[in-house]
Each structure stands twice: as C-alpha cells, then as structure tokens.
Design a protein around this ligand. Structure first.
Ligand SMILES: [Zn+2]
Length: 258
C-alpha cells in the first residue's frame, strides 16, 4: 500500500488504493546503488526468515515509538480487536499483534513478525466488514511473502547506502538508529506490484470465505478508496490495478461464488 496523497491539506497515506502504484517491483530500488555495494544485494536476497523477523521486530518497535497508539480498552482498540476476531492468531508462524495508530492518515500495514498496524483514519472511513477486508489484504502480503521481499529490498538499499552490508558478515541486523528509521520508512511505504496486490486481494477474499464472514466489505472498501482516488487527485488513479477494477474483481468472485 502506501501512495501518499493530499487530502484536505493532510498528507494521508492510502490503504489499498495506493498498493498497486508502482506496477512492478518494490519501490525505491536503486539498482546502481546495489551494484556499487558489491554483493549487498545478494546478501539481502539471502536474509533468513529469522533475520527478517528480527528486523521486523525492530522496525515495528521504531514505528510504534513514533506514533500515538490507541490505549488498551479505548474505543478504537476495542473495535479493532473485535474486527479481527476470527483471523488466525498467527501469521507465517508469528503471533499476530494489533495496534491502532491515532492519526488521520488512511493506512494499514502488516510485517513479517505479525505486527499489524491500523490507522484510525482508515477505521473512521470503513465499517467493520470493510476494515476486516483491508486487514485481510495486509495479512495476505505477509502470508504470500511480499513483505519479506520488501524487507530484503529495503535492507539492500539501506545497506548499500550506509555500507552496513560491507562488513563481510552475512547479514547485519544490528542497524543504527538512522538506518533502522530508513528501513522502517521503506517497509511501511513499500509499493507492491500489481500481481502482488491482486494476490493479496484474493487472499483476503479466501480468508473471509473460510471464516464465513461478509465479503462484500472488500468491494465497498475499494469503492470508498476509489472515491478517495478521484477526490484526491489524478495521481491516485495511476495505481494499477485501480480500486474500481479491484472492487469489480471481488464482486465477480462473489457473484461466481468461488
Ligand atoms: Zn496492498
């Protein structure tokens, strides 16, 4: 997800609508930089699941520190916990852990360590079914390995620029605060490819089907985001597949019941 756009003078980060923005690959990959770092890209590609989890733990903690988290038992916290009831308590072997960030930004994301963050701005515009559909989509990016890939790319770029990868060690997970900040920013703002976005949509649909929960919310969530697209300016509409197409795809699956 995460294409930034202006909405009522706020810089908001979109949820699903921005997901397909780049139409191929993860954002911000600087091939020249990776080449110059000599082998860093290879190391990044070989980050183990444990490395990815460790760095996700750090990135999640860094992000939490920078954001205002809804207090336990607060309205938002209670609602989020209610909405995610039924989802598996683990994601790729990691225990899921949900928090609400109190911000007008419209966003949600998940990391490979089970860290799932939902912004109050998104919660304000979505009903429970829609919210569940969006969260399922974000979980899909983790379950399907997209976030791991995004982490590897972010690490390669960060390591290339900061020489973290030039130490000869297999992987440097002990990043400096600024490196970690950069890495965190990159993961949260990772842009997934069109194929990845569609796959995450289908993952969410399949999960909702399995849980016997309302799937129409995934359609109306996209429709709401499509409206945001239009209202927020043409740049949002460059996202592929468009929110409208994605809503139609899910509606088709509902109609065909498969
Ligand atoms: Zn996405």
């Amino acid at each position: 997800m995460n294409m930034k756009f202006k909405l009522l003078a706020l810089v908001a980060t979109t949820a699903l609508a921005g997901c397909g923005a780049a139409g191929g690959g993860v954002a911000g990959v600087n091939v020249d930089g990776m080449m110059a770092a000599g082998g860093t890209a290879l190391k990044a590609a070989s980050l183990s699941d444990t490395d990815v989890k460790t760095m996700s733990d750090d990135a999640c903690a860094a992000s939490d520190k920078q954001n205002k988290i809804a207090a336990p038992k607060s309205k938002y916290d209670v609602r989020l916990n209610k909405v995610v009831q039924g989802f598996s308590p683990s994601l790729n072997g990691a225990q899921t852990n949900y928090r609400v960030y109190m911000t007008k930004d419209v966003n949600a994301w998940a990391m490979s360590n089970g860290c799932i963050r939902v912004y109050s701005g998104l919660m304000d515009m979505m009903n429970d079914s829609e919210l569940r559909g969006v969260i399922g989509h974000e979980m899909g990016h983790v379950a399907l390995g997209h976030t791991k890939k995004a982490m590897q790319t972010a690490y390669a770029v960060t390591a290339a620029r900061t020489a973290a990868g030039a130490t000869g060690n297999a992987v440097v997970t002990n990043l400096s605060a600024s490196q970690l900040g950069e890495l965190t920013e990159k993961i949260i703002n990772a842009q997934f490819s069109q194929v990845q976005e569609s796959a995450a949509d289908d993952y969410s649909f399949d999960q909702l089907t399995k849980m016997n929960m309302d799937r129409k919310g995934l359609v109306t969530a996209f429709q709401k985001l499509a409206k945001l697209d239009g209202g927020a300016g043409a740049s949002m509409l460059s996202s592929h597949p468009s929110s409208t197409d994605r809503a139609q795809h899910i509606q088709q699956r509902i109609d065909q019941n498969k």
